[in-house]
Write a protein that binds this ligand. Structure first.
Ligand code: MD3
Ligand code: FE
Length: 216
């Protein structure tokens, strides 16, 4: 069978509120499996890390690694930052898989390619507290995220932590595009819903977030 030109197999109606768009089911099962295989290779070269928070050194419950020329890291003394090297292997991060680059081209509407892809792995009992993404110099570029594995309850609030939260469920194959004013909104993952997907043998959820870090 001929390979489809576009990554997306469907044209899902996009909800657009304050600059965010949820694209449910953007990836079909075959593409999810292909993306998982490329991410297994990324993790083999750049193992998942338990990064520590600035100052307190408290570890994140979410495991992280990166691909692309730049990777997001954090530790007690250095704080949040982007760097070119995996902190344990000392090697450059592996390249961003082509499929993710294609998704960026389809949905980001941005003139330059992504520089960083943060890989988050959520075991079934983990969450990501409400935070803002503010470590990128290029705040005009959107963030594009792709989910694989178990469902997750995601929340997005406003520019202040106390702003009312909207909640939605991110499922395997969903793409979420974050731009405009929502780019500096508080957001996080409340919980993973174990057993809702059998894509990952180990259970849990991967989220890949594509970002532009420097101004092109
Ligand atoms: C809303 N990741 O890596 S992805 C993160 O599911 C992060 O792993 C979550 O928050 C996850 O920083 C959410 C969707 C997302 C990404 C960036 C955002 C939502 C966002 C930036 C601003 C507001
Ligand atoms: Fe975030």
């Amino acid at each position: 069978m001929q390979q489809a030109q576009r990554v997306c197999q469907q044209r899902a109606p996009a909800t657009d509120t304050a600059g965010w768009r949820h694209l449910p089911g953007w990836l079909g099962l075959e593409q999810q499996r292909a993306l998982l295989l490329s991410m297994r290779a990324v993790i083999a070269a750049a193992p998942l890390l338990r990064l520590a928070m600035p100052r307190t050194g408290k570890p994140f419950s979410v495991m992280m690694t990166n691909c692309g020329p730049l990777g997001w890291v954090s530790d007690r003394d250095g704080g949040y930052r982007y760097q070119r090297i995996h902190p344990e292997t000392g090697q450059p991060w592996p390249p961003i898989p082509d499929l993710l680059g294609e998704i960026w081209k389809e949905v980001a509407g941005y003139r330059a390619p992504p520089e960083a892809c943060l890989v988050n792995y959520y075991a079934p009992d983990t969450k990501l507290g409400s935070h803002r993404d503010a470590d990128e110099d290029d705040a005009n570029a959107p963030v594009v995220s792709v989910s694989l594995g178990d469902d997750a309850t995601f929340h997005i609030a406003g520019p202040r932590r106390v702003d009312p939260k909207q909640r939605l469920v991110l499922k395997s194959g969903d793409v979420f595009v974050l731009g405009g004013t929502a780019r500096n909104f508080y957001h996080g993952i409340d919980r993973i819903h174990p057993g809702t997907s059998d894509l990952l043998a180990e259970g849990g959820r991967f989220c890949f977030t594509l970002r532009r870090v420097t101004r092109p």
